[in-house]
Design a protein around this ligand. Sequence first.
Ligand code: CTP
Ligand code: MG
Length: 382
Amino acid sequence: MSDLVAVIIPAGGSGERLGARIPKALVQIAGKTLIEHAVSNMAPIANQIIVAAPAAYEEQFRKLLGTDVTVVTGGLTRTQSVKKALKHVDKENEFILVHDAARPLASTDLAMRVIDSLRAGEKAVIPGIAVTDTIKRIDKNNYVTRTYPRPDLRAIQTPQGFKRKVLIKAHDTRDDVTDDAGLVENQGVEVKVIVGEERALKITTMQDLEAAQRILIPEFNNQMRVGIGTDAHAFSLDPTREMWLGGLFWPGEIGADGHSDGDVAAHAICDALFIAAAIGDLGSNFGISDPAYAGASGSQLLAECLQKVSAAGYSIGNVAVQIVGNRPKISPRRAEIITALSKSLGGASVSVSATTTDGLGFTGEGRGLAAIATALLFQSAR
Ligand code: CTP
Ligand code: MG
C-alpha cells in the first residue's frame, strides 16, 4: 500500500472580509503571497499539490507556483472548490490533506503529525486547539439555550487529513457543512483530533493578517537589516564574449569583461545581501582572484550568497536592483529576470528596474553596465 500524500489547497475565495482589492490568497506577508506560504509549507510532505484558484486568476497562480503545482478553477463555495480539486488527485496517493490558503503559516510539522496519525491507521485526522472563550448556543431571539463545557471543545484548523477513498465518498454525498471533516462525520466515520498550533491561525480580517505577520517576523522592528551594493563592468572588446545579466543569457549582445560572467545585477545583489548580514562583501566571500570563481555564473553566486546569509541567521525580506546602461533593453525581459533572480535566492521577493544616464558617464557613453541593489533581511526565527 502506498502512503503518498496529495494536498488540496482551496484558494478560490475573494477575501471579502479582508477587504484587499485582490483575492486573499494573493495578499502578501513578509514579501510572499499567502498561497506561496501555504504551498511551501506543505511541499515537503506532498507527492502532489492541487490549488483551486479564483476564476480568471488561474494563470497568475500558475506563474507564481510553478509547474509542480496543479492549478484548477475554484467553485462558488469552499466545498465546491475542494470537490473540483479532488477530481485531479492521482490514485497513487493513499492520503489527502485538505488545507486552506487562509492558513498560510500552518507548519510542515503539523502536516507531518496529521500524516503520522493517518499512517497509524486513522481514517480522518484534524488539528484542533483548546478554546479560551466560553461557547454558548442561542435561539433566534438571542436567548441562551445551552452552555458547552469548555474542556470538551476544540477550535478546528487545517490541514485536515483523510484516507483518499473516505474523503471522495464523503464528497459524493452532501456539501452543506463548513469543513471536510464535517462531511466525513456525516458518513459515520470516526474523526480523530490531534493538537493544532497557534501559527495555523485563519486569516479572515486585517487584524488576523497583522497577527500572522507578528508570528512570521518576531519583534518585527529591531530585527530588520538593510544593505546596499553596486557593481560595474566595461563591455568586452571581444565580440564573442557572451552577455549574462540578471541571471539570463542575452543572445546577440556583447557581454561585460570580468573575472566571472560579468553579471552586474547578480553581483550588486550579492554585495547588498552580504553587507546587510554584515558578513563581508563579494570579494571577501568569493575571492576575486580565486580560480574557483573564474567564469562563475551570477545565479551560482546568488545561490551561494543565500546559503551564507541563511547560515548567518537571516532570511530575505526583499531585494531590489536597478540596472544602469544603454543596452540591453530590460523591460521586455523584466519578468524573466525577476523569476531567474528569485529562483537563485530561494523564492525571495525581487524587483528590477533599469535606467539610462542621459549620455553621461561610462554607462551613458555605452562603454559598460552598472547596477545598484538594496536588500532587506530579517533575523530568522530560531
Ligand atoms: N475558498 C475557495 N473557494 C470559494 C470560497 C473560499 O477555495 N468559493 C477558500 C478560500 O480561498 C480560503 C478558504 O476557502 O482559502 C477559507 O475561506 P475563507 O477564509 O472564507 O476565504 P474567503 O472566502 O476568500 O474570504 P471571505 O469569506 O471573507 O470572502
Ligand atoms: Mg468565505
